[in-house]
Design a protein. Structure first.
Ligand code: PGA
Length: 254
């Protein structure tokens, strides 16, 4: 099985309802008339627009992702959105462990682990984000940090082609600083080796490992041609229709 290339947009807390509608409609039309080969286009919208977005997905080739999920199934958890709720509106993916959630909302490895489990139970593909801060990179502990986050997120998890990993060095997110293709490849290869050791060759070979952190049309090609980089989790540039189309075109043509 050849692993999928995933071009995933993470809108974070951006766009109004009508801007979302306009974007999703145009993206649905764009992908509809295109041979996407082995590329999956995923748009992770704010929760409020997910139902609107999955409506467009149903009529086109795009997939929709959430940006967060509760670790509980249902109940008295004010403000939370559960995996069964996401499933019921046909949401296909969900980002978990994003560094912004870890930094501002206290998401820990244990919480990421619980969210991973609940997403799998509901047949939603988790996009598990890991990555080191600038201080950690400068202290030379990037590999330890990444392996610790993997161990935390995947504790007691069985994997069966139903998980995606995104390596996002925190210092490259929203900063305009991208890891060089070689820096990114080094960590992607480490992640793939970890998967071989902790699962097996087949699982490691089939899992898409995305890179995230200031990905844009200018640098996506160099990143995607690395042997272990299987797509991008894209913030800022994914808000722009022209840039998103350009990045999809580059991925399809590689
Ligand atoms: P960025 O964000 O592309 O704006 O750096 C990436 C992300 O946070 O997923």
């Amino acid at each position: 099985m050849m692993r999928r290339i995933i071009i995933a947009g993470n809108w974070k807390m951006n766009k109004t309802y009508s801007e979302s509608e306009e974007f999703l409609s145009e993206m649905a039309n764009f992908t509809e008339t295109k041979d996407l080969k082995n590329v999956d286009v995923v748009i992770c919208t704010p929760a409020l627009y997910l139902k609107l977005a999955t409506g467009f997905a149903a009529k086109s080739k795009i997939f929709i992702g959430a940006q967060n999920v509760s670790n509980f199934d249902f109940g008295a958890y004010t403000g939370e959105i559960s995996a069964p709720m996401l499933k019921a509106i046909e949401c296909s993916f969900c980002i978990i462990g994003h560094s912004e959630r870890r930094k501002y909302f206290g998401d820990t490895d244990d919480l990421v682990n619980a969210k991973l489990k609940i997403l799998q139970q509901n047949k939603i593909i988790p996009i598990v984000c890991i990555g080191e801060t600038l201080e950690e990179r400068e202290a030379g502990i990037t590999e330890d940090v990444v392996v610790n986050q993997l161990e935390g997120a995947f504790r007691n998890i069985t994997v069966n082609n139903d998980v995606v990993i995104a390596y996002e060095p925190v210092w490259a997110i929203g900063t305009g600083k991208t890891a060089t293709p070689a820096q990114a490849q080094e960590i992607h290869s480490l992640i793939r080796s970890w998967l071989i050791e902790n699962y097996n060759h087949e699982i490691a070979e089939n899992m898409s490992i995305l890179y995230g952190g200031s990905v844009k049309p200018d640098n996506i090609r160099e990143l995607l041609i690395q042997p272990d980089i299987d797509g991008g989790l894209i913030g800022g540039a994914s808000l722009d229709m022209g840039k998103m189309k350009e990045m999809i075109n580059i991925a399809v043509e590689l």
